[in-house]
Design a protein around this ligand. Structure first.
Ligand code: CIR
Length: 235
């Protein structure tokens, strides 16, 4: 099996997108909780600030699109690994239009673009976990086997395994990597119990970021940025 990808967990750029007013009323969701648009925007701004100032990333901010209520959840529109960007075909039809602006932004960053054009394939980035050595692709309500096969074709250097997602929206709704040795953890009771263990570790750094509004729309923290480690110069 291949070793850990060089530079895994190091990023130079992040692509994010603004929150349209339609998020509150029209975004897809499984809960009935009411979404406070101002709060959601406030939390999102604070999150983007963390990417920019605490993590030192160059942040590309795509404008919100009222016709795409879920567009802030950019993770689902592309999978970036090394210099290759796979533009997905989101499982929810209302979200398919989100890939256009993402594709243009990734082209501007001189990524090698691969697009899913097969109409039988669906893939949401939220179902794709890259460990630095291999990919795991969740087969969920949003992602199918054909989507996983196309991802395997796009990233031929890495093994790809599928994982059934029986509960929740995506594979990364319940697990995620922050980088080598970096654990990303949610605020649920069982996640907080696990956090108590991690707090005993030396050299850990906790940066709290609130996501209470977007979680009402099934949005996890990783869903709001596409992280890139760019080696090629822009021109
Ligand atoms: C949806 O149901 O598609 C959005 N409301 C939430 C998508 C969250 N995506 C993610 O965590 N990768």
């Amino acid at each position: 099996m291949a070793g850990l990808m060089a530079g895994f967990g190091h990023y130079t750029h992040a692509i994010v997108r603004g929150i349209p007013a339609s998020l509150a009323t029209e975004a897809l969701r499984t809960s009935q909780a009411e979404v406070d648009l101002d709060k959601a925007r406030g939390e999102h701004d604070a999150y983007v600030q963390v990417l920019r100032t605490r993590l030192g990333l160059e942040v590309v901010e795509l404008p919100a699109d009222e016709a795409l209520p879920d567009c802030v959840f950019v993770e689902d529109a592309a999978v970036v690994c090394g210099d290759t960007a796979l533009i997905t075909r989101p499982g929810a039809e209302s979200r398919r239009g989100e890939t256009e602006a993402m594709k243009e932004a990734l082209k501007d960053l001189k990524m090698n673009i691969v697009e899913i054009t097969d109409e039988n394939a669906t893939l949401d980035g939220g179902d794709v976990l890259f460990t630095g050595r291999e990919f795991f692709v969740g087969l969920s309500k949003r992602t199918n086997q054909r989507g996983a096969e196309i991802l395997a074709d796009a990233f031929k250097d890495y093994a790809v395994s599928t994982v059934p997602v029986l509960e929740g929206l995506h594979l990364k709704s319940f697990c995620s990597m922050g980088g080598p040795g970096l654990i990303v953890i949610g605020s649920s009771d069982h996640a907080q119990k696990a956090l108590k263990v991690f707090e005993k570790l030396k050299d850990h750094m906790l940066i709290p970021v609130s996501n209470l509004e977007k979680v009402k729309l099934d949005g996890a923290l990783t869903c709001c940025s596409v992280l890139i480690n760019k080696k090629k110069p822009d021109n």
